[in-house]
Write a protein that binds this ligand. Structure first.
Ligand SMILES: Nc1ncnc2c1ncn2[C@@H]1O[C@H](COP(=O)(O)OP(=O)(O)OP(=O)(O)O)[C@@H](O)[C@H]1O
Length: 237
């Protein structure tokens, strides 16, 4: 069986990628996954090696980067972060579609690998609307908004040059989401499969009744990854 091709989901900050991904992960339980990044920083309390990050030393990471084992890597606050090609393969090996939420530089780096992802760009209806959404989110300082707008203009130009397989304009969220799902269902038959062991999503805290049925009970917390968690290896602006 051939491995599922990863998906690149790129687009300027504030365009709605996380919103779309959150819904995809929830609607297609167990079909999508993120790769686990490497970092040279120490684990924080509650973090588990190979789950939250692959915790590594700076020397080991530097050597692996030199051997060409990483898609991209960067240093933040004196610590190295990066995404290895193996981490992407590991998701596909579980028969899941690996989502790569990367910026323009990440897309260029991926194009130099043999991972052959499907490239999707989420485009704002206009640069003014993007700025409105960024401000509306209320998470950025004025300086950061300006820097993000400059990065956004470059990202849109790159997308307009034909760098992506699909460009989806996120004007109306449900419409944009449906368009993405339609594309993905054509590309990945596993998204149309009816799981033999249907998952029932219940609010956390509900008593599981798995022993009475053939169905799997999954709480929302455990089934949907935390998309608010920063993945610094792909964060630049
Ligand atoms: N079609 C839409 N119309 C209006 N608002 C939208 C639409 N899509 C998303 N939003 C809103 O825009 C804001 C930014 O969305 P989101 O945080 O998903 O962006 P992002 O692309 O993931 O950004 P970042 O890369 O910085 O994480 C959010 O407040 C979200 O609710």
């Amino acid at each position: 069986m051939s491995l599922l091709r990863p998906i690149v989901m790129s687009g300027p900050s504030g365009v709605g990628k996380s919103t779309i991904l959150k819904k995809l992960f929830a609607d297609f339980e167990g079909k999508f996954g993120f790769s686990v990044s490497h970092t040279s920083r120490n684990p924080r309390e509650g973090e588990t090696d190979t789950v939250d990050y692959h915790f590594s030393s700076k020397d080991a990471m530097t050597a692996a980067v030199e051997r060409g084992e990483f898609i991209e890597s960067a240093t933040f606050g004196g610590n190295m972060y990066g995404t290895s090609k193996k981490a992407v393969h590991d998701v596909a090996a579980k028969n899941m579609i690996c989502i790569l939420d990367v910026d323009e530089q990440g897309v260029k780096a991926l194009k130099a690998t043999d991972l052959e992802p499907i490239y999707i760009f989420v485009k704002p209806p206009s640069i003014e609307e993007l700025e409105r959404r960024l401000r509306g989110r209320g998470t950025e300082t004025e300086e950061k908004i300006q820097a993000r707008m400059d990065t956004a203009k470059s990202a849109i130009e790159y997308a307009d040059s034909g760098a992506y397989d699909h460009v989806i304009v996120n004007d109306d969220l449900p419409r944009a989401y449906d368009e993405i799902v339609e594309i993905l269902k054509k590309m990945y038959p596993i998204l149309s499969e009816v799981a033999p062991n249907v998952a029932i999503i219940t609010p956390a805290g509900d008593a599981p009744v798995a022993e009475k049925t053939e169905k799997t009970i999954i709480t929302v917390e455990s089934s949907v990854p935390d998309l608010n968690k920063k993945r610094p290896s792909v964060e630049r602006a």
